[in-house]
Design a protein around this ligand. Sequence first.
Ligand code: ASP
Length: 258
Amino acid sequence: MDAVEAAIRLMEDNPLFNAGKGAVFTYDGKNELDASIMDGSNMKAGSVAGVRSVRHPISLARAVMEHSPHVMLIGEGAEAFARERDVEFAAPEYFHTEERWRQLQDALAGEAQGELQARGYFGTVGAVALDASGHLAAATSTGGMTGKRWGRVGDSPIIGAGTYANARCAVSCTGHGEFYIRACAAHAICMGVTELHQSLADAAEQVINREIPQLGGSGGAIALCADGTFAMPFNTEGMYRGWIDADDGCHVRIWRDD
Ligand code: ASP
């Protein structure tokens, strides 16, 4: 849990990713942040959606799990809870980046020409980890989708959709959230492993590269099993991904054929 939270916090601070600073903009020009975390060893989970002034939404999600009787808090209520905890706040302007602002202007121009709103520009961040005791954890953080409206919540803060972990499997997803919610994507991959006895690679491939594209969605996932096997399927042009193992250190990949 410490490792996935730490990894996500770094990426939330990095403006290159669509989480924390550098999050995409809503239709109204705001940053509304979603995050979730799950402990596979006890299946406890916490999540937040639509927060606007918390620097590390992932840490707030963990606080919800550890210090509230609830799993998911949204908007002003989540921020009221954050004020009761030792959670760092940031002014709404902190999250602003010019690149994301330009992407919103492009999306608004596209909408004016009749294109669908809520564009991709994926870049949600996720982390899964396996510790020396064989326990798994998963976490996801995002600004959602550019041009999202009306308090839209994607898959990332929904336990079972964007994030899931149990004793055998941990998953974090990225992609067009509406499809990931409908497919219960992260949970479906874990159930493929634990109930259908599929290999992790087969279960992840089935959900990410078959079921969701059949519904019309695109994206990817990172998935890790208690035996140390992992899968990182995606059907976008690339997916920034990396892993570290006990024996041979750090690996980073971007495109499909890397
Ligand atoms: N899944 C996220 C959402 O729909 C977006 C992303 O993965 O970039 O909110």
